[in-house]
Design a protein around this ligand. Structure first.
Ligand SMILES: [Zn+2]
Length: 88
């Protein structure tokens, strides 16, 4: 009934984001590549992790070699606490 431009649906997106943040929590993962067996594996993000960092004091879960581990990727995912509890 007016000629005002339509506002983008910001309120909807905002509410969705708030609900999601209340229920879910963000989990940060680190992808590590083993230079020994060329296996990629994901483990929980640890403080000080950054992409292309060479890891020491850790070992590959597949070959137990810890000499050539390097972080290739860091990503985050939203975890549903309810689902997490069901796993255990
Ligand atoms: Zn390995």
């Amino acid at each position: 009934m007016s000629e005002e431009p339509q506002l983008p649906p910001i309120p909807d997106i905002g509410i969705d984001a708030i609900t999601r943040k209340k229920r879910f929590y963000e989990k940060i993962n680190t992808v590590v590549k083993c230079g020994n067996c060329h296996e990629n594996y994901t483990r929980e993000f640890k403080k000080g992790d950054y992409t292309f960092k060479k890891l020491s004091g850790e070992s590959c879960p597949k070959c137990n070699e810890g000499q050539s581990l390097m972080i290739t990727e860091i990503f985050s995912e939203w975890i549903d606490p309810k689902k997490e509890k069901k796993k255990k």
